[in-house]
Write a protein of this length. Sequence first.
Lengths: 327, 302, 335
Amino acid sequence: MFAYAARRILATIPLLIVATLGLFALESSVRDPVAELRVSCPQCDQIAFDRLIDLYDLDKPVLDLSNPGGSRYIAWLGNVATGDFGNSTSQGDNPVSDTVFTRAKNTMILAVPAFFVIASLATFLGVYSAVHQYSKTDYTITGLSFLGIAMPTFFFGLLLQVFWGIWFHDWFGMRPFFTTQMHDDNFVDLLKSITLPIVTLALVVVATESRFIRASMLDVIHSDYIRTARAKGLSERKVIFKHALRNAMIPVVTIWALDFSALLGGSVVTESIFSWPGLGPLLISSIFAADVNMVMAIILLISVLAIGFNLIADLLYGVLDPRIRIS
Amino acid sequence: MSDTTVEQHQLEAEGLSIKPKSFGRQTWERFRRHRLAMISFVILVLLISSFWIVPILSPYGVNEYDIKDLSQGPSWKHPFGTDDIGRDLMTRTMEGAQVSIYIAAVVALVSTGIGTLLGAFAGYFGKWVDAVVNQMINLILVVPAIVVLLVMGIKFGGSVNQVALLVAAISWITIARIVRGLFFQIKEAEFVQAARAAGAGPGRIIFRHILPNAMGPVLVQITLVSGAAIILESTLSFLGLGVTPPNTSLGKLISDSKGFITVTPSRVLIPGAILTALVLCLNFLGDGLRDALDPATRKTRQ
Amino acid sequence: MTEPVISFDDLSVSFPTDDGMVRAVRNVSFDVEPGEVMAVVGESGSGKSVTALAAMRLHPGSTEITGEVRFGGRDLLGIGEKEMRRVRGNGIAMIFQDPMTALNPVMKVGAQIAEMVLTHDDVSKKEAWTRAADLLESVGVPEPGRRVKQYPHEFSGGMRQRAMIAMAIANGPDLLIADEPTTALDVTIQAQVLEVMKTAQEATGAAILLITHDLGVVAGIADRVVVMYGGRVFESGSADQVFYRSQNPYTRGLMSSIPRLDAPKGERLIPIPGTPPNVLNPPSGCAFGPRCAFASDGCHEAHAELMSVGFDGTHRSRCHKLAELPDLFAAAETR
């Protein structure tokens, strides 16, 4: 199992290097600080330009294979390998790792509860829908799922703001606009800030997952071994929860792992709408500001999370399904 | 297999033996029976034609502004209201919807073309061709799609065509994967072996023998990819990375209205509802097509 | 005369499909006596499996059932779900067709057998597992102590069917329903599994209701036979009566369409022409009429009643031409 994990990680490293190189090159070419300075400060002398060139390493190419040591990307990669992600150019001259760390903590405050809401709600709706196939409730759940999948997240978020901002002003004291986290000590206060963002985060994912779980559960319910379980004289509850659910949830684990890693990586849309100081808005503003170090640090974090959770999902798959042995 | 399902298969076999119908006709009949998909299809046609008809009938130009009517809610004069510089929002929304539809169509076309071609080659030839296509897919998937789009968007975004191509650059993956899987299955089928034995070359086998048999699921994917493209484009525009003025799109309209949400909520709600309706109809359509094309997934009502 | 273990009385089963109501079983009546092997024979679509599932009430919810299934002094179709659960696996146990899919892939084989014990018997978990190992041994699974801890995918097809049998006999049922128990298995394994069933029956004294389309299986094991066609019983009687003195054109057709090793060289097989009836829209009159070599106009007008042939009432057949059959058969032989 360890060997398998190691092999998997090694196989993704080249992909990660090529992908980050591409994004690094793109992001580095978004702005030309020298040209901008020339416009904004016509009276600046060569010393100012040189300082700028030195700060951004603009004299070096992004990647020069004949002189790898003189390439910006290689230099960045080398620094990353030693744990140095560089300094930010847009958030003061601070190490990006500090900012990313603070923002990641904020994102987690949304992501972890959101994940539990998503997992439990999707399982409940999916299983209920499958067990009561073609019932009115099933049609309702299916219809709402379609609606949830079709509705863009940003629109749903804005819809909630319209609801709580205008029509149901101050219902339960929900904060529809600025949920900036400034209430570490008061749980109820925190809850008022995070509820609407969590609902927004959950909608699309719950809709997609419940459809998936319903389909998976239906597959299992119609299988021969469920008929065998019924023929044993087991109660319907035991048939569903002991025999069907376990089989139906095996493929869901992969989906959960991916969704959880996506949540931990921060939501660009939801966090922006609710002004939540997580990784999402930081990524957006850094991309616009051409803050290469910041953008690359966030991308790296998101990718490593995705790769890591994918691997965990595969390993879990092997544990849950005795037919699959990972070696 | 239980007797019940055997009987059902027999039923179908019997039905065929009495009155043979072409596959296309059977599919159409099954599709028609899928009421939701039929309704969606009609709504979709009505919506899309209104996007082109309404601006022609409208007395207002897209960028024509009227300083007397700033930030108005819906009224008889301006059914969708006006924006903060007094432009008629019904005309603008329709123009924006045209752009969203145009982008969805381009994305569907380009991503289906690329996805089908790459998926077909990967599935048919296997080995290194498959490995190369797989690595291309993995390369894009190693970083979440929205992040790739954001970084690429700031560099290549802007014009309508650029945004469409950007979204297509991500969207072909789903189609490629499905086509690849289908080709893996179908290339082992006996009629393919027979074609090969008859001396048909790979090109002929891929395009004349296998591809027609894979078109059903591809057709379903086209509707789903179009829906996803509309969402992706609007999300990009919402984040400020999609189409740029003077062009507008449904996502851009909503993005522009963010700051006025408490003043004229209809500015967010109307384009958002149209956006959702479009995607919803496309998804229902895809669902109906899937059922119609693949009778095996339709189980007996229980 | 002893009370039958189970008796089907005027059983009819219909279920809705997209294309209309399917009347899969029509007015079927027969008994199974204690300790006997009763075979229900028929082609796919004859309603034989639906009959068996109705006895266990394992049919989908929208199915419509009329008639009675009497077991242990009560009508199984009339009792509550809770009481029915006590019958399933305890009074009546079932063996299914495909052992590859009939066992839960994520549960150990021992756990699945032990679950059967624990559901109906108040014993400790440990005891149930010991019983599971004993049961596996009794159906001829080697190294039962090791095998109980394995998952179904580690068993071969024949071994899985043995495990299914072990599970079925765990609570000493009065009736074992075996739905095509050997169809999915290799020919060499089929005989072994039948042997195991026979041994298990002798050990527990259970009656067996064997659902099959395979006359070879029936010949080896059955005491009595019911032949079904188009949802109706076409002939019933002792294995000898049905096999050697059949009074039904369909049964005869079935017999002469199977190859026999002891047939004289050069004897041709005679297949039954046509296909089984469309269950949605069956032919009017005798369901077998359109395929029957002896049918005349009268056969297509109404379906025949099941009538006694012989004197003791044990042999019954459904045919409009019952009286002329011996002559018709004789004429067909000489042709």
